[in-house]
Ligand binder design. Structure first.
Ligand SMILES: Cc1cc2nc3c(=O)[nH]c(=O)nc-3n(C[C@H](O)[C@H](O)[C@H](O)COP(=O)(O)OP(=O)(O)OC[C@H]3O[C@@H](n4cnc5c(N)ncnc54)[C@H](O)[C@@H]3O)c2cc1C
Length: 472
C-alpha cells in the first residue's frame, strides 16, 4: 500500500528499465519511488537470458575485438531498413557501452571469454552482426535484476510491490505524478517503464497483428505484467506511439507451448523446407532473421528429421524428448513415414524435391560444409565440434515450424534521444519519460542480436532516470 507523499521521480514498473531508471535518478540525489504491479520485481528482464548487445566495451577489448559506435549504428539501422529514427538509435548505440560498464561497476559479471550460447557468461554471437556483441551476464536476466535491486536499495529507492499504477496525474499540460491504489503520488517527473503488451490479447491484435498468424500455436513467454498499461497512460496526454506492428516472435515447432529452456531443442540433424520441398534457410539462423525467413515462404515451413535424431534427443525437457516426440506422432502433431517420398505425401510437398533436398543436405553438412546457407559457420559459433549426422535412418519425421513464441512487443510511447515522451505533434511532454518496451523507437522490425531488447531496457532506462532527475 502506498502512502500519499511527494517524490522527485516516480518510476512505473520494476523490470530492467524501471530498476535502471530508479537507480540512476537516485544516483543524482533525487528521492525516487518505484511502483511494481506484481509480487516481485524483475518483469520480463528477470526471465530473460540477459543478453546485452553493446559496442566498444571493456569485455570486447579484453578479447581483442575492435568495435565502434559507428559500426554498431550502421548495422542496427541497416538491419531495420532505416525505418527507425537515426538520432535516437545513434544515442542508444553511443550509450550501450557506458551502460554496460556501469552495470559491471555495480556488480554484474560478464567475464572476458568467448561463450557459445546464451547461457554461459561471456561474449557470444547471437545475431547476424560481423562483430561479436552479445554480452551474457552471470545468472542471466535474474543476475541483472539482482544487481540492480541491490543498487536501488543502497541508494535509498523505495520499491512498493502489488501496486499497479492506474493513471498519470496531470497539472495542466505537465505530468505531475501518478495514481495508484487510489492514492495520488506527486512527482517532479515520471518514468513509464511498465514493459510491453504481450499478455493482453486485444492489444496484441491491435498493435502486433502479425503474431496472430501463428494461430493456435501462438504462446506468450513475456512476464505477466506485460499488459500494455503504457498505452493507456499515453492516451491521457496525447502521446505518440512508435513501433506499431513490430515485436519479437521466435520460430518454434507447432506443438511447443513453452520457452525452449523448458521445451528443449529440436535435433541438430534436421532440415527446414518450404512447401515446395526446398531448403530455404540456415536452420540455426539468428532470431534477427529466422522469423522473417519463414514468413517470406508464404506457405507452411517444415522441419524434417530421422529416427536416429529422435532417439538421440536428451531427456528432461517438456517437448523435445524421444518419448514425447513419439506421443506427438500419435497425436498427429509430428508426421512420420517409412521413406521420404511417403513423408512428402503426408506433408503435401513434391516428393522428388524433398528427396533431392535431403540428399543434397546429406552430401554437404555432415561433411562439414554448407555452401548454400553456411550453417557450418553458425554451428561453429555455437561451439559444435562435430558436423551433424546425415538424415538417413527411417522412419522420417516432419513437423511445422513457425514464428509462434511471443517474447516482446515494440509498440511503445514514442521517445526522443533523451527518453522524453513525445506527443502527437512531436513535442516532448513535460515531466514524462519512458524506457524499455514501454518506450518506442529503439526496437524495430528486426531483433538486433544478441540482446537489443535488454540493452534497450537498461540503456534507455538509465538515461530516462538521469533526465527525469534533471527535470524534477
Ligand atoms: C524468456 C525471455 C527471454 C528473453 N531474452 C532476452 C535476451 O537475452 N536479450 C534481450 O535483449 N531480450 C530478451 N528478452 C526480451 C527482454 O527481456 C525484454 O524486452 C526487456 O527485458 C523488457 O524490459 P522492460 O523493463 O521494458 O520490461 P519488464 O522487464 O517486463 O518490466 C516491466 C515491469 O513493469 C511492471 N508493470 C506493468 N504495468 C505496471 C503498472 N501499471 N504499474 C506498475 N508496474 C507495472 C511489470 O509487472 C514488470 O515488472 C527476453 C524476454 C523473455 C520473456
Amino acid at each position: 500500500m502506498v502512502a500519499e507523499q511527494d517524490y522527485d521521480v516516480v518510476v512505473v514498473g520494476g523490470g530492467g528499465a524501471g530498476l535502471a531508471a530508479a537507480t540512476s535518478a537516485a544516483e543524482r540525489g533525487r528521492s525516487v519511488l518505484l511502483l511494481e504491479s506484481e509480487g516481485e520485481l524483475g518483469g520480463s528482464t528477470q526471465l530473460s537470458a540477459g543478453m546485452f548487445t553493446a559496442a566498444g566495451t571493456s569485455v570486447q577489448k579484453a578479447l581483442g575485438i575492435e568495435d565502434s559506435v559507428e559500426r554498431f549504428f550502421q548495422h542496427y539501422m541497416d538491419l531495420n531498413q532505416w525505418l527507425l529514427k537515426p538520432g535516437l538509435v545513434r544515442r542508444f548505440c553511443e550509450l550501450t557501452a557506458p551502460t554496460l560498464e556501469w552495470l559491471l561497476d555495480l556488480g554484474v559479471e560478464v567475464p572476458a571469454r568467448v561463450s557459445h550460447d546464451a547461457h554461459t557468461p561471456g561474449l557470444t554471437r547471437a545475431g547476424v552482426e560481423d562483430v561479436w556483441r552479445a554480452h551474457v551476464p552471470k545468472d542471466q536476466g535474474y543476475g541483472l535484476v539482482q544487481v540492480l535491486d541491490r543498487a536501488r536499495r543502497a541508494r535509498g529507492v523505495e520499491a512498493v510491490l502489488h501496486t499497479r499504477v492506474e493513471r498519470l496525474l496531470l497539472d495542466d499540460e505537465r505530468v505531475a505524478g501518478v495514481v495508484a491504489d487510489g492514492v495520488e503520488l506527486r512527482a517532479g517527473a515520471v518514468v513509464v517503464a511498465s514493459g510491453g503488451l504481450a499478455q493482453d490479447a486485444a492489444l496484441v491484435e491491435r498493435w502486433f497483428p502479425d503474431a496472430l498468424r501463428a494461430g493456435e500455436s501462438l504462446f506468450v513467454v513475456a512476464a505477466p505484467g506485460s499488459r500494455g498499461d503504457h498505452l493507456a497512460f499515453g492516451r491521457q496526454v496525447d502521446a505518440a506511439v512508435a513501433g506499431e506492428g513490430w515485436g519479437l516472435l521466435l520460430p518454434t515447432a507447432q506443438f511447443v507451448r513453452s520457452h525452449h529452456w523448458q521445451a528443449g531443442f529440436p535435433p541438430v540433424s534436421r532440415v527446414h523446407v518450404n512447401d515446395h520441398g526446398r531448403r530455404f534457410m540456415d536452420e540455426d539462423a539468428s532470431y534477427a532473421v529466422s522469423g522473417g525467413l519463414i514468413d517470406a515462404q508464404g506457405g507452411p515451413a517444415w522441419m524434417v528429421f530421422d529416427e536416429a535424431a529422435r532417439r538421440a534427443l536428451p531427456e528432461g525437457y517438456a517437448d523435445w524428448t524421444p518419448g514425447r516426440v513419439e506421443e506427438l506422432v500419435g497425436e498427429g502433431a509430428v508426421l512420420r513415414a517409412d521413406d521420404l517420398a511417403s513423408l512428402a505425401a503426408r506433408m503435401d510437398v513434391p516428393a522428388d524435391r524433398l528427396v533431392a533436398t535431403v540428399e543434397r543436405w546429406n552430401d554437404q553438412l555432415p561433411h562439414g560444409s554448407d555452401p548454400d546457407f553456411q550453417r557450418d559457420q553458425t554451428l561453429a559459433a555455437k561451439g559444435a565440434t562435430q558436423p551433424p549426422a546425415p538424415i538417413a535412418s527411417p522412419p522420417f519425421h516432419a513437423t511445422r515450424v513457425l514464428p509462434a513464441e511471443l517474447v516482446c512487443t515494440h509498440a511503445g510511447l514514442e521517445i526522443d534521444a533523451s527518453a522524453a515522451v513525445l506527443d502527437e505533434r512531436g513535442r516532448p511532454i513535460p515531466g514524462l519519460f519512458a524506457a524499455g518496451e514501454a518506450g518506442g523507437g529503439v526496437l524495430g522490425n528486426r531483433y538486433v542480436g544478441g540482446g537489443n531488447a535488454v540493452a534497450n531496457a537498461l540503456t534507455m532506462g538509465r538515461l530516462a532516470g538521469q533526465n527525469a532527475a534533471s527535470a524534477s
